[in-house]
Design a binder for this molecule. Structure first.
Ligand SMILES: C[S@@+](CC[C@H](N)C(=O)[O-])C[C@H]1O[C@@H](n2cnc3c(N)ncnc32)[C@H](O)[C@@H]1O
Length: 289
């Protein structure tokens, strides 16, 4: 991990320290950034000796190990769950660990696919369906819903500029504590906006984006982002030949298929002549022809 970065732990990593202590090992190799890198750390009676020179006590490590659905930030030798309540949306957000990149829970719902895949692979399938699997010169991308910023980060690898919008500052606060979201705050090619996509999109110039990735929360949480008025704005801001990927959910499930039918119909009404299902990416793709 890079110097000065926050230390973030989940149960999977805390357990490694506890197990090493149990067998009397003098040191343990584990990750302090949710699996992005590893470090060898000495074990002492006082706890785990961190690169900062602080000890993380065994009680703290037991607390983390006992909470397999949470991530914790280490602050001044103690641990704090990464979670937030938003008075704006009346929702709880938290960082939920997986074997790879964590996801964010909003009102208890994961913001990425975690079954049979992981949040980063889920992101790459959206990126591929949006036509961003290869470097694209002169592409400006709109990412309508920042979340943990994974789509913005992956899109920024291929495009010249990414504009990403997050409604809820509390959700962005969760991203600030996520080691996997660091490039969202560091890459100069990502422009972060806070606000409602449905409002902010009206301020963007016509034909100013080559690609839009639309990854909204579930229909029940953000109905306006599935409406005709919003889709007309997506069409307006895309340049000719511009691509849209709209995440929906499992198109083979009953509810996913029902939502997809309505989405495809309204996208056609908004001006996209051909809307194609992308089953592997759990969404639909369209081109402004
Ligand atoms: C499914 S997540 C997006 C995940 C994201 N693509 C990523 O890579 O992490 C949806 C996000 O959209 C945000 N959101 C909800 N309504 C919004 C709106 N009207 N405008 C912008 N963002 C919104 C939620 O707070 C949440 O963070």
């Amino acid at each position: 991990m890079s110097g000065g970065a926050q230390i973030v732990l989940s149960a999977q990593h805390a357990r490694l320290a506890l197990e090493a202590r149990q067998i009397g090992s003098p040191a343990v190799v584990l990750s302090l950034d949710l699996g992005l890198s590893t470090a060898e750390l000495p074990l002492h009676d006082a706890g785990l000796l961190l690169p900062t020179g602080d000890y993380l006590g065994w009680g703290c490590l037991e607390e983390v190990a006992a909470a397999p659905t949470s991530c914790f930030v280490v602050e001044r030798g103690s641990v704090r769950k990464i979670q937030a309540f938003s008075a704006l949306t009346n929702r709880y957000y938290s960082l939920f660990p997986t074997a790879g990149a964590p996801t964010m829970l909003a009102a208890g719902l994961p913001m990425h696919r975690v079954q049979d895949t992981d949040p980063w692979r889920d992101t790459l399938s959206k990126i591929k369906a949006a036509g961003l699997a290869q470097r694209r010169a002169h592409w400006r991308v709109l990412d309508t819903c920042t979340g943990l910023g994974y789509t913005a980060i992956a899109a920024a690898r291929a495009a010249d500029e990414v504009v990403t919008i997050e409604l809820d500052p509390a959700a962005q606060e969760i991203a600030r504590h996520n080691p996997w979201s660091r490039p969202l705050f560091e890459l100069p090619t990502i422009r972060r906006l806070i606000g409602d996509s449905a409002d902010l999109i009206e301020q963007f110039e016509e034909a100013s984006f080559a690609c839009v990735i639309h990854d909204p929360p579930a229909f029940a949480l953000a109905g306006e982002l599935y409406g005709l008025r919003f889709y007309q704005q997506l069409w307006r801001v895309l340049r000719s030949g511009g691509r849209l990927f709209h995440y929906i959910g499992d198109l083979d499930s009953k509810s996913g298929a029902r939502v997809a039918r309505g989405v495809m119909e309204r996208l056609r009404q908004a001006g996209f002549p051909r809307v194609v299902p992308r089953y592997e990416a759990f969404g639909v793709a369209a081109v402004k022809e």
